[in-house]
Design a protein around this ligand. Structure first.
Ligand SMILES: Nc1ncnc2c1ncn2[C@@H]1O[C@H](COP(=O)(O)OP(=O)(O)OP(=O)(O)O)[C@@H](O)[C@H]1O
Ligand SMILES: [Mg+2]
Length: 602
């Protein structure tokens, strides 16, 4: 939801006002403020303790120069340095644990927000965004935000304290010498800024190429049968090699930049050192500063190298973090095309589970021409068969009834209510939907069947499986209902997957069942068995079955024939056989096929 933004509002590099992306961060910053404060306090303490060390060394050197210090005194100074180092160990651990931990907590909160938002989106949303795009949001963009709020925050706070304090101590020793010594430092900040920007771009390329390699391996492995059948092994290996070479080249380009950063820092440090040795040395000779001051000064100069590099690095981290945050903001604020009606009233009870469609026309958001045109239908209690050539709009009709797409042109009534005025979850909770390509999770068979009813007992699951004629197949598996189905359910046949999805819908036992071609991969005998089960199970309810099998259609109460997105005919089997040429042609063809095996000589 867009908030009004004033013209003075600053924008992130991705064009989103800063005041809006802040909303993604603030809850976590507020919730974990104590942790964050403790972390930053530890960080400051570490810095301050480190700044004391050169003072101690100064003491030792001055004492040595004036021969006023004893070996016991030097030992005490050494013990102080050791003591400080020990405290630094504890505090360093504390700030890392607290601040980096905070950035991980923040990352988790944003990741959950992205995930829960994506799950609420409608089918149209997923047509506009690719899976790869969505995955990138939850990996690369999140990583950039986490880096900016973790190491970026640490480096910013650290370099601020170190710069201010070290420069302060240096000025206290000699202001003009400080100016000379610092002259080369801006060069370091600018060069790290440029180099880390380059490094990031090159590294992004490495990641991109790595995901190409992963995707290539994945797609080859899952279609290994195809590769062997077409004897593509060598060809694919050569393509893999080309991808690998590109990846290697990009990695070397990253290494080249990484190899530059540290020598440049040393170079700039040495330039500062040249200034200090030359000007500072003459100040010691003059007696303006002591030898101890001189040594301490050099220590402070070296302490400045990391913060100066950090300034350039942090600038990049923050810029990248803000760009990613802007993209995440756009994602979590994208709205479904199919909004839940505001103030929709949930009817206490559904009188008539069924649909009425009045002059309904539907065009997919990504398409120009309508997939369904001017559909007027009544789907009351009973079993309705839907048939038609491929692409005629059968699945589209099922998706609209299952409320997966918005109804904008024409009217769809569910019971007595216009669906546009009903809460989405109300309609969906009354419908069992088996899509054309059944989707199974990598989980046990029982868990897959119980997806819509987590509270279902094993007995309920078995009854649903029996009604879907899949029970015997499940028992034939080694672990029965506890068998895990692999990625994408590979251990099951197409027909078994369909019946499993049907069992899942049956277990939910909702007043409406929509089965989109859910029995196309099962043999005729099983189809009969399932249909008989459905008939028993769904008396008085509304069932819609998409099928091109005349035998199945002939058992339904009412058949709809779709052609090019319009209802060509509807009615009972006998009527359509007499009046519809497509239906008759299908009938004759299928009867012939069914009779062929019996007619064939054995
Ligand atoms: N998600 C989509 N976005 C855009 N167009 C689509 C989409 N899904 C289907 N279509 C188009 O809508 C038309 C109807 O498709 P639909 O899937 O409803 O046909 P179908 O009758 O179920 O076909 P089949 O028998 O092959 O399953 C087709 O022209 C198809 O190309
Ligand atoms: Mg279809």
């Amino acid at each position: 939801m867009n908030k009004t933004t004033s013209s003075s509002d600053r924008h992130t590099p991705s064009g989103v006002p800063f005041s809006q992306v802040r909303d993604l961060l603030l809850p976590s910053f507020r919730k974990h403020r104590l942790r964050l404060l403790a972390g930053i306090a530890s960080l400051f303490l570490v810095d301050l303790l480190q700044l004391i060390v050169p003072r101690i060394i100064k003491h030792g050197v001055d004492g040595l120069e004036a021969l006023t210090i004893t070996t016991a005194g030097l030992f005490r100074l050494g013990l102080m340095v050791l003591g400080i180092a020990s405290v630094v160990v504890v505090l360093r651990f504390a700030w890392r644990y607290l601040i980096i931990g905070f950035s991980r907590l923040l990352e988790q909160a944003i990741r959950n927000r992205i995930f829960s938002h994506i799950l609420k989106m409608d089918a149209a949303f997923f047509e506009r965004r690719t899976t790869g795009d969505l995955m990138a949001h939850s990996s690369n963009d999140l990583a950039a935000v986490q880096m900016a709020c973790g190491m970026g925050l640490v480096a910013a706070a650290d370099s601020l304290v170190m710069c201010v304090a070290a420069i302060g101590f240096m000025i206290a020793i000699h202001p003009l010498l400080t100016l000379y010594a610092l002259l080369p430092m801006p060069f370091l900040a600018v060069s790290t800024r440029i180099l880390s920007g380059k490094l990031h771009r090159r590294f992004a390329k490495v990641q991109e190429q790595f995901s190409d390699i992963t995707e290539f391996s994945r797609s080859n492995l899952i279609s290994i049968g195809l590769i062997k059948a077409y004897t593509m092994e060598n060809f694919q290996t050569a393509r893999f090699d080309r991808l690998g070479r590109k990846y290697l080249k990009s990695n070397l380009r990253v290494a080249a930049i990484q190899g530059l950063i540290s020598p440049i820092a040393t170079l700039v440090g040495s330039m500062g050192m040249l200034m200090v040795l030359y000007f500072g040395g003459s100040l010691v000779i003059d007696g303006t500063i002591t030898l101890g001051d001189f040594v301490a000064f050099i220590s402070y100069l070296y302490m400045l190298i990391w913060p100066m590099m950090a300034i350039g690095w942090v600038a990049n981290l923050v810029q990248r973090g803000l760009t990613s945050l802007g993209r995440i903001h756009n994602l979590v604020n994208s709205r479904a095309i199919l909004p839940d009606p505001v103030l929709a009233e949930e009817p206490a009870k559904l009188n008539q589970p069924g649909f009425r469609l009045n002059n309904l026309t539907f065009t997919y958001p990504t398409s120009r021409s309508p997939a369904l045109r001017d559909i007027t239908l009544t789907l009351g209690p009973g079993i309705h068969g839907v048939t038609g050539r491929t692409g005629s709009g059968k699945s589209t009709l099922c998706r609209l009834l299952a409320r997966l797409y918005p109804i904008e042109d024409g009217m769809l009534l569910f019971g007595d209510h216009d669906v546009n005025h009903l809460p989405l979850h109300f309609i969906r909770s009354h419908i069992g939907y088996v899509s054309q390509e059944p989707v199974l999770f990598s989980d046990t068979i029982a868990a897959n069947i119980a997806l819509g009813r987590q509270d279902a007992l094993r007995g309920d699951v078995i009854r649903a499986a029996e009604a879907a004629a899949i029970h015997d197949d499940i028992l034939a598996l080694k672990n029965g209902y506890d068998t895990k189905i692999g990625e994408r359910g590979v251990k099951l046949s197409g027909g078994q997957r369909q019946r499993l999805a049907l069992a899942r819908a049956l277990l939910c036992d909702r007043p409406v069942l929509i089965v989109d071609d859910g029995l196309s991969a099962v043999d005729v005998a099983t189809e009969h068995e399932v249909f008989a089960g459905l008939k028993r199970h769904f008396s008085g309810k509304t069932v819609l079955i998409v099928s091109n099998r005349i035998k199945l259609l002939s058992m339904t109460d009412h058949i709809i024939i779709l052609a090019n997105g319009v209802v060509e005919s509807e009615g009972g089997h006998d009527l359509l056989l007499a009046t519809n040429s497509l239906y008759r042609a299908m009938y004759i063809k299928q009867m012939k096929q069914d009779n062929e095996p019996e007619d064939a000589p054995s």
